[in-house]
Ligand binder design. Structure first.
Ligand code: ARG
Length: 665
């Protein structure tokens, strides 16, 4: 049980025994109002229930209620005498003895006292899931890294996790490379060097498609700009005419929003014009664009032919797919990410017709202008499950996947770690799932924001394509090497670091940097990708936490011991000798709390915050508390235990994020 849970149990008993709380049925939610404090002067935790509760039971002074609660509260074994502050905050300071007892127990526990869930859930984590015919780009980091961290954490918490990489191995991207191969491919080159050649073909055809799309969009965008400009004008006129200040605010907002639309449409226009210009100024490309002016429909036709079993397209798909998979597997190896299953979209193809029939038989899907659709309450557009031309869609595949997963695994939860932009797709999918009897399965779109470049715009190369993931990982490793294997640093090490160790350290820090930077932001926010910042040794970075870990190991080495050998704290120790020891001890005991938050919100950044706080507390401890030259042997034993446990907690936490550590750096 983590500390706030433990305290809230005691509060529940106290609240329950008050005469005036009998009518309240959600006492637990009041008892759970336990927050950690930012200032030690208010104790370690603060219970905030007295204020809202006194309102709920019909007024009275919350401070008096706090006093009544405290009178009933039995926490002597855990806390110093409890204090009431301000309007009725109850300040709780944990007893040193209690903390020390926990530390002693933690020494014998690899899991850092984090218990497994008593109610085990079966949880499918659908993550990474790239469309494989195109090279993985920077955007794929997020799903891969967040999904992997969640799966590791849930498993550690005792749940049965099943990871599945729902590869896009059957969609339009294959139509694109098949078209590219047929029209521009050199079979010898592709046979010799499949991955880069196919990537080239993909980029070429995609650029042609984007070019055609851009050309078609120009007139529309120009009209949209004109419209938005005229909206600005009329909004301005309206704004000039209003008299009341409250209306003026609204009117001003309308002007701003219209101006925003002008700007957005203008930047879309610029982007489209840039795409067109890039092709036009390249004689070869512009000749190709003229010859392949219907490339977008032609690509769709190739995809349809593949799905209908066309022998040549199927043969090409079978030829290309393994190479595409090799490509992504190299990245998974570099990232140290694995999956229990890799069931791509192609796996479900034979089931799609059945899915549509089933929906029709249940009366959920019906014909609409030739297409088959599921109409759902609360949505503007229906979910299309079969197009007029007979083609199935992404949604149809996801429905088949659901049915298969239910059959095969009977999960309690399914997490879809997918870009926020697919929100509507998942809202509809979950709505249909309810109607086909899956209301008991908790389905969550674990959505996430965009990776931005340092300029705050989506990260792209100069030619406009998204930055490739493989190159990025290599860059990160190279940058990490410059920072952590700087000759000034490593010559100080004894013995000096040889090349092999340097490679290992650069790799662990570089890959860790990318993962940590991603996980350190709440998943739903966008973040700016900055290699320099993420490999820095200072600040909220993996290098900082990994370095803190290495420092713990350095001290253990100098003390000629190891983590396993530190098994006890001298019995005479019943209090801390320095506030930095105590602050670090509290941090160490809070990992379970952070993991509970991760699970609650499916957001690994809570664990990152925990690690950063712990590393900082360790730095303060290191600056203030000598281990090897401690005042007494008893104090030395406490400090050594804190060092060993800090190492254990940091390593465990990083590993749960999919990040490795090295013994020195
Ligand atoms: N392949 C999809 C894409 O790249 C993501 C798939 C996510 N998983 C799912 N079951 N829909 O957009």
């Amino acid at each position: 049980m983590h500390l706030p849970q433990l305290l809230s149990h005691r509060f529940l008993v106290a609240l329950d025994s008050l005469p005036n709380t009998q009518s309240i049925d959600d006492l637990q939610s009041y008892a759970s109002m336990i927050r950690s404090t930012n200032d030690p002067k208010f104790g370690d935790y603060q219970a905030n229930c007295a204020m809202p509760l006194s309102k709920q039971i019909g007024g009275g002074n919350p401070r008096d209620l706090a006093a009544q609660i405290v009178e009933k509260l039995a926490v002597d074994d855990l806390c110093e005498p409890v204090e009431i502050a301000g309007p009725g905050f109850i300040n709780l300071k944990l007893r040193d003895r209690f903390l020390l007892d926990k530390l002693r127990r933690m020494l014998g526990d690899e899991r850092c006292l984090i218990r497994k869930a008593t109610e085990t859930k079966k949880i499918i984590v659908d993550f990474s899931s790239p469309n494989v015919a195109k090279p993985m780009h920077v955007g794929h980091i997020r799903s891969t890294v967040i999904g992997d961290a969640l799966a590791r954490i849930l498993k550690f918490l005792g749940h049965e996790t099943i990871t599945d990489n729902h590869l896009g191995d059957w969609g339009t991207q294959f139509g694109i490379i098949i078209y590219g191969y047929k029209h521009f491919g050199d079979p010898d080159q592709v046979a010799k060097n499949p991955v880069p050649e196919l990537a080239k073909l993909y980029r070429l055809v995609n650029q042609l498609i984007e070019y055609q799309k851009a050309k078609k969009s120009i007139a529309k965008l120009k009209a949209a700009i004109e419209q938005a400009k005229s909206d600005v004008a009329s909004a301005c006129t309206a704004a000039d005419a209003v008299a009341a200040p409250k209306d003026a605010k609204k009117a001003k907002k309308r002007v701003e929003s219209a101006k925003g639309r002008v700007k957005a449409a203008e930047s879309q226009l610029t982007e489209a014009e840039e795409k067109i210009a890039a092709v036009d100024r390249d004689a070869e490309m512009s000749a190709k664009a003229k010859q392949h002016c219907d490339v977008d429909t032609a690509v769709l036709e190739e995809t349809v032919k593949l799905h209908q079993g066309d022998a040549q397209n199927l043969q090409l798909w079978e030829q290309f797919l393994p190479h595409c998979k090799d490509e992504i597997n190299r990245i998974y190896d570099a990232l140290n990410v694995t999956f229990d299953h890799t069931l791509g979209e192609s796996f479900y193809h034979p089931m799609l017709a059945g899915v549509v029939e089933d929906l029709e038989a249940r009366g959920l899907a019906r014909d609409s202008e030739g297409a088959v659709c599921v109409f759902l309450d609360g949505f503007d557009a229906p979910m299309i499950v079969r197009k007029k031309d007979g083609a199935f869609l992404y949604a149809t595949t996801d429905l088949a996947t659901l049915a298969y997963r239910r059959e095969q695994f009977s999960p309690d939860e399914i997490l879809y770690v997918v870009d926020s932009r697919q929100g509507e797709h998942f809202d509809k999918l979950f709505a249909v799932a309810k109607q086909i009897g899956m209301q008991d399965v908790k389905m969550v779109h674990v959505n996430f924001g965009t990776v931005l470049g340092e300029d705050g715009r989506p990260m792209k190369t100069r030619s406009g394509t998204l930055i490739g993931l493989e190159g990025l990982l290599q860059d990160a490793i190279a940058r990490a090497r410059e920072v952590v294997c700087d000759p000034d640093r490593i010559t100080k090490l004894d013995p000096p670091m040889n090349e092999t160790e340097q490679d290992e350290v650069a790799n662990v820090v570089g890959i860790g940097a990318i993962k940590y930077a991603d996980l350190s932001h709440h998943r739903t926010s966008d973040y700016r990708f900055s290699l320099d910042k993420m490999v820095a040794l200072e600040g909220n970075t993996s290098a900082y936490v990994q370095y803190s870990y290495a420092r713990t190991q350095g001290i253990l080495r100098r003390a000629e011991t190891s983590e396993e050998e530190v098994v006890s704290i001298a019995e005479s120790v019943d209090s801390f000798s320095h506030p930095a020891e105590r602050a670090l001890a509290i941090c160490l005991l809070r990992m379970e709390e952070s993991l509970a938050t991760v699970y609650q919100d499916y957001a690994p950044n809570a664990l990152v915050d925990y690690l950063y706080e712990t590393a900082k507390a360790y730095a303060v401890f290191n600056d203030n508390c000598h281990v090897l030259k401690a005042e007494s042997e008893a104090i030395a034993s406490l400090r050594l235990a804190l060092v060993a446990l800090t190492g254990r907690c940091l390593r465990l936490g990083l590993n749960l994020l999919g990040i490795n550590v090295v013994p020195r750096m």
